[in-house]
Design a protein around this ligand. Structure first.
Ligand code: ZN
Length: 587
């Protein structure tokens, strides 16, 4: 695997990879941007093309192209590897440990393979009645193939049997969410397929690996009480709060248009895609979560939420809108005409009417104001409903500029002053968990906001500062200072022990120090002089501390009358005093 990693690193620069997601600006030898991993207005995210690394001074995110893709796509290492290998045009070569020994695949790799095999099984069972049904719903064959739709038939354990024949164990089949243990002894040897009598929609993670399925009821043999849609249960791979249907296909278009479209169901997703809106994703049967919002936010700034035209749809859209606003997305609402959902609208009125709905999408605040104004029986009622419904939304808008323009709009609609609206807004209780911003949600680890060295250089002490400069200079092809001399001087100034302790810092910490030194001294034309001054101060501090200690020991020896010690500490003090005096001489 390390061979593949190196090959990918040789082909793809960090700038190529990061600039796909973030708008980079040149900054001396580096690039910088607003951090995609935490909300900020001034850029503290830096990319070093020379070292192939990135670092954020605001949230401490940092690493190479692999960690970047893991973090921004919400993937594990292998998922990032898959994406980058495809981008680089490099084939992934697995290294087998031991002679001829097959590498033991970890659990998740086995489950990914199992789900892929299951998807092949379902697509192979697709038949004419399903295609006919889908065609009636306006879904063409190309879309069926692109989205790899399939069919789960009426047999009890056909899929399980297919998987067993391909060496998957019963435990793996159950763990992947494809079958469950039979309580009644139905099915073959105790396994019942989870999905039966259903049209199958594979659900992929952002690297395009299948993590689960959604099945729509189909066929005359389906149980009348069975739910219309059934999703895979939560598994090691399938976390419904993190997976957006269609995201893997949509992300490129989302990036290009800086906008995502959120629809409700699978059929809406297919129809919208087929109509040319390849930046469409679906929450499909689950609430739109802060994780979903963060996933979109890392790629696009704008979200259009397509409403299902009933009251439940309106409520779901409103909740999704708040979550999205909270994550820092600009949110618009698209209303389909004539109370149709997107799939029906596209089928009955054509792709153009869907396009019109999206183009005429209103920003969420305007949309709410319109709905409330239309339904309000009096100005007073309108004012009250604005206070109770719209203002909580406003408190979720993270951009101060956007908030102010909304404030103005609300004031205008209510014919009151902006300060009156601002005052009412201040009384709105702070929304939900204050930490549920898109910023705090990343790949699952909790990174704390820390004050940065860049802002408070003295926090970490002069020793670390000098060591940071040393690491940075050492990483350059043409360092400004003489590295060997610097190492020797620094070791002397700090003491050998302190110098070697700094050497034990982790590679992440060292990389963070390099970025810090670079951002502080990168544009500095007098680095050599500053380094000398810094070494001078460090030496002075250390010698002074030693002198204080020796003086105290001398006093102690005088008090106890230990003549031998007195003589020793006397000469030590003299030596230190002489060396301090030396430091003050002009060089
Ligand atoms: Zn950051």
């Amino acid at each position: 695997m390390s061979y593949t990693v190196q090959k990918i690193k040789d082909k793809l620069s960090i700038v190529d990879v990061v600039s796909q997601y973030v708008k980079l600006e040149r900054n001396g030898a580096n690039f910088r941007a607003r951090c995609p991993f935490h909300a900020e207005r001034t850029p503290s995210f830096f990319v070093s093309p020379d070292r192939g690394t990135y670092h954020c001074f605001g949230c401490d995110a940092g690493g190479d192209i692999f960690t970047f893709v893991e973090q921004i796509e919400g993937l594990d290492f292998k998922g990032a590897l898959k994406i980058l290998a495809e981008k680089a045009g490099v084939e992934i070569v697995y290294e087998h440990p031991g002679a001829g020994g097959r590498e033991k695949k970890d659990e998740s790799t086995r489950l990914f393979e199992l789900l892929e095999t299951a998807a092949i099984f379902y697509t192979s069972r697709l038949n004419e009645p399903v295609e006919k049904y889908l065609k009636e719903r306006g879904i063409n064959n190309e879309t069926i193939r692109t989205f790899r739709l399939g069919l789960a038939g009426s047999a009890w354990s056909e899929c399980s049997e297919y998987l067993r024949e391909r060496t998957f164990t019963d435990k793996e089949i159950v763990d992947a969410g494809v079958a469950k243990l039979s309580p009644l002894g139905k099915g073959d040897k105790g396994l019942i397929d989870k999905f039966r009598n259903r049209i199958m929609f594979p659900i992929a993670d952002s690297a395009g690996r299948i993590v689960g399925f959604s099945g729509r009821i189909f066929g005359s043999e389906a149980h009348p009480d069975a739910p219309k849609y059934l999703n895979s249960p939560e598994t090691l791979l399938f976390r419904k709060s993190r997976v957006l249907h269609g995201f893997d296909r949509a992300k490129q278009a989302m990036r290009k248009h800086n906008c995502a479209i959120l629809v409700e169901g699978q059929m809406d997703l297919l129809a919208s895609n087929q109509a040319g809106w390849t930046n469409t994703v679906a929450a499909s049967g689950t609430a739109f979560t802060p994780e979903h919002a963060a996933l979109i936010r890392r790629i696009a700034d704008n979200l259009v939420i397509a409403l299902d035209p009933d009251e439940a749809g309106l409520k779901a859209a409103a909740r999704a809108a708040r979550t999205a606003l909270h994550a820092g997305l600009n949110v618009k609402v698209a209303e389909a005409s004539d109370g149709l959902d997107p799939a029906d609208l596209i089928q009955k009125k054509g792709a153009n009417s869907w396009r019109d709905s999206i183009r005429e999408a209103k920003d969420i605040i305007t949309f709410l104001l319109d709905v409330l104004e239309k339904h309000a029986k009096s100005t007073d009622q309108f004012r009250r409903s604005v206070e109770s419904v719209v203002l909580p939304f406003l408190s979720d808008v993270s951009s101060p500029i956007a908030r102010e323009s909304y404030l103005r709009e609300i004031a205008r609609r209510l014919s009151v002053s902006e300060s009156a609206v601002a005052e009412a807004l201040a009384k709105v209780p702070v929304a939900r968990e204050a930490s549920a911003t898109g910023a705090s949600i990343n790949t699952g680890d909790s990174r704390k906001e820390r004050s940065s060295f860049a802002r408070k250089p003295m926090d970490h002490g002069r020793a670390k500062q000098a060591y940071a400069i040393f690491l940075w200079q050492q990483s350059l092809e043409k360092p400004i200072v003489n590295i060997n001399k610097f190492a020797k001087d620094l070791s002397e100034a700090l003491g050998v022990e302190a110098f070697s302790v700094l050497g034990t810092l982790s590679e992440d910490e060292k990389e963070s120090l390099r970025f810090r030194a670079e951002s502080m001294y990168g544009k500095n034309t007098t680095l050599k002089r500053e380094v000398e001054a810094l070494l001078h101060v460090i030496s002075h501090e250390r010698l002074s501390a030693d002198l204080r200690e020796a003086t105290a020991a001398l006093k102690n020896a005088e008090v106890t009358g230990n003549e031998e010690d007195v003589a020793v500490y006397m000469s030590v003090c003299k030596l230190l005093t002489a060396r301090i005096a030396q430091l003050h001489e002009p060089v």
